[in-house]
Design a binder for this molecule. Structure first.
Ligand SMILES: Nc1ncnc2c1ncn2[C@@H]1O[C@H](COP(=O)(O)OP(=O)(O)OP(=O)(O)O)[C@@H](O)[C@H]1O
Ligand SMILES: [Mg+2]
Length: 257
């Protein structure tokens, strides 16, 4: 037997898919995120909880590069690194996001909303002209909604959808390109219990081969889904709960202080 240390084949997968170190972000005098470090492991569900204004959404949008950070470093296992002054959106193939406000375009139909920022194009004149391929987008949209088990008319304008239907559409858009990391900011608001359970089932399916960061005020749901819970208070990460602590600790107390 060789005297060299055996290489653990699982070692590479133990490296987090996403790591944030000392991340801070302020808006004027408001310190929205203050020196927060965190890791998201492979196939892990990490929940972020905290009172209104605790900095959860700001942290999430910083992690995916929608907002530049003031201090710290965000690094993805793929090699993408975000630092102050070096920011770019990490969305699409790498990360899918459900925004808290869903960020849908009301006047455009359902299927177009799934493809915002990454339209499927058809080539004309030997590639000289590229025109968005609406038929392909419609079909793809139907497929993804069908896969999720939801029946939403793909030609309907988003402003005519119910709140819950919009929430589902936002979710469909986040997972459409099957990114390995999903960032979900309040994905359960506006959902009926039935639909919420359906979405939880989908998340439980996705967690087998995706890493998920979830923000929710529904602590019951968070307890059920999370492998780890990070508690934020006024921009700071004040607690990190794992295993039995998730059930035992008074999360509300940690949130409010
Ligand atoms: N674009 C912005 N400009 C100015 N202030 C902002 C901006 N975005 C967030 N803030 C402020 O930063 C703080 C953190 O807000 P954030 O939206 O991250 O909180 P949150 O934890 O997501 O709250 P909620 O649970 O209500 O969604 C708040 O004080 C908020 O008013
Ligand atoms: Mg928020």
């Amino acid at each position: 037997m060789s005297s060299q240390k055996a290489v653990d084949p699982s070692e590479s997968s133990e490296e987090p898919v996403l790591r944030a170190e000392g991340v801070s972000k302020s808006f004027g005098t408001v310190q929205a995120v203050d020196d927060v470090s965190l890791e998201l492991g492979e196939n892990e569900v990490v929940a972020l909880v905290g009172d209104n204004g605790a900095g959860k959404s700001t942290l999430l949008s910083s992690l995916v590069g929608l907002q530049g950070i003031d201090e710290g470093e965000i690094s993805y296992r793929t090699g993408t690194t975000l630092t102050p002054g070096n920011n770019r959106e990490v969305l699409g193939d790498e990360v899918g996001i459900v925004h808290q406000d869903m960020a849908l375009v009301g006047l455009r139909p359902v299927f177009e909303n799934v493809f915002i920022g990454r339209q499927v194009k058809k080539e004309y004149l030997g590639g000289l002209l590229k025109i968005s391929d609406k038929k392909a987008m419609r079909q793809e949209c139907e497929r993804i909604l069908d896969e999720l088990g939801f029946d939403i008319p793909v030609n309907k304008k988003v402003q005519l959808l119910s709140g819950g239907e919009r929430q589902i559409l936002a979710f469909a858009r986040a997972i459409y390109s099957d990114p390995p990391i999903l960032v979900l900011d309040e994905p359960f608001t506006a959902l009926s219990e039935d639909i919420m359970n359906q979405l939880i089932e989908t998340i439980n399916e996705l967690r087998k081969d995706h890493s998920i960061m979830l923000v929710s005020h529904n602590l019951e749901m968070v307890r059920e889904l999370a492998d780890r819970i990070l508690v934020m208070r006024r921009g700071n990460k004040v607690a990190e709960l794992t295993g039995e602590e998730i059930e035992r600790k008074d999360i509300l107390k940690l949130m409010i202080g």
